[in-house]
Design a protein around this ligand. Sequence first.
Ligand SMILES: Cc1cc2nc3c(=O)[nH]c(=O)nc-3n(C[C@H](O)[C@H](O)[C@H](O)COP(=O)(O)O)c2cc1C
Length: 193
Amino acid sequence: MILEPNKREQVIPMPVVLISTVSKEGIRNIAPYANVMPVLRPWNLIAIASWIKRDTLDNIRETKEFVINVPSADLVEEVMICSKNYPKEVDEFVEAKLKEKQSKKVNVPSIEGCIAWLECILDKEIIEEGKYSIIIGKVVYLESDNQYFKNGDMDFEVARPLSMMAGDEGMYFTVPKDTGDYRKYAEMFIGGK
Ligand SMILES: Cc1cc2nc3c(=O)[nH]c(=O)nc-3n(C[C@H](O)[C@H](O)[C@H](O)COP(=O)(O)O)c2cc1C
């Protein structure tokens, strides 16, 4: 089957995160983002792609801070509430009935009940004028809920971090499933080092 080139997201699974921000007037905002990518190992940068018309983007530009909250699949309803195009004056913590979790290194609140929280400061912005922007954030503090970690790694079948596969007219929300195949990074290098 041949697809249109702009159907890329129908063939690549995408993570779904909730980005929390605050406007310069102090209004709290939450929006789901799926265009999210850590910029290589072992650094601390993370990139997100945003349409220009987003309160999230305005707020990041205003305060230079944001939190990437990792929701479990239990939060799909809240994700969809936060995806609505509320006016900037609307507090989306209130709309989605989500509670604040105090952040440690930024002045933007995190979201209680998520699996993990990446507190970020704006590192760089790559702007396609009038269309979109790629925000690169530096993760200054990363925390995860202990109950979803075992032996230092996420127990992802228990935590069920939300992801999605895009369809032609909607999104299929998905969660990761272990294939039973675990490989050490060292295997990528000849000689194993
Ligand atoms: C699952 C999901 C993923 C989304 N991913 C993105 C994204 O990566 N970039 C983007 O600009 N908008 C994305 N959106 C749309 C925004 O979440 C939506 O427009 C939201 O209202 C923006 O809120 P804001 O104006 O308060 O920032 C996504 C929506 C959903 C439901």
